[in-house]
Design a binder for this molecule. Sequence first.
Ligand SMILES: [Zn+2]
Length: 337
Amino acid sequence: MGELQAWFRTDADCLDYLAWLRWPAGFACADCGHDGAWRRGDGRVRCSGCGNRTSVTAGTIFDRTRTPLTVWFTACWLFATGKDGISALSLKRTLEIGSYQTAWATLHRLRSVLVRPGRDRLTGVVEVDETYIGGDEPGLAGGRARGKKVLTGIAVEVRESTGLGRCRMLPLADASAETLHLFVTNHVEPSATVITDGWQGYSGLEKLGYVHDRRSQRAARARGEDPGELLLAVHRVASLAKRWLLGTHQGSVEPAHLASYLNEFVFRLNRRGSRRRGMVFYRVLELAVAHDPVRYQDLVATQRPRAVPPTPPQARGHPPSLERPPANRPWRTEAQN
Ligand SMILES: [Zn+2]
């Protein structure tokens, strides 16, 4: 945190870092390919070849943002380096962001950059299962809570030495063979060994090029074994995900947004061994400048953010910059100086 504050004291510092992330080999014009440009302090860039104007943040998730970059960077730092991330309510309180919607949208924009297009599929030995996730509300017995659960596909690499390997989680429309086969082919490399339970929806994986290790729960029970132990890796991931949703987000995740929370969970799980949290921060920002703008309308298209305490009128608008001038020892009065 100290290093973050030292490096990114002003919004201009943040802008310079984004420019470096976006053009690591220096500016290159998207129109004419020219590699020289005039850069202004406010992030605007003018190609010295064709005169085309652009900006450091144009075409990234920071495009036309009215949230100061110092706020973005601090939010990203809390998001990336916290072991379990941060909820919108905590972010709003920590950064004194006036509106819950702004905090909520900031975190959702960060979440939306986490899935790299064309990422590798899982390899080796992979457990695949589907389970219901979300909708858990402590103190609510069944009924209302049950209706909000979402069927979720889980695929986890099983490694002899280290236990859990990489993981993928995605809401599924249903548990039909068509849906499950698509889930497997999208996320698991052919020739991998796929371990599933005895559900008929998984029949036919051999024909798709997988080695299918089918473990019947009924057969396990007949042998006197615990059927819950057949797919240890996916069950562990599912319970970690449920605990994370209940812990960090108090279980208050709308079904329409579950996919994006699962992306965040998987991103964290896949990087849990990373001791250098600063690298995770770097990685998120690197993905953010490579990601198209995400409009607020797109975030809420399916569902409004959950009801929150009404915002007092004077607290509306956009968060103030966290930019700080060099300290001038405010505890000393003029006379003492
Ligand atoms: Zn140009």
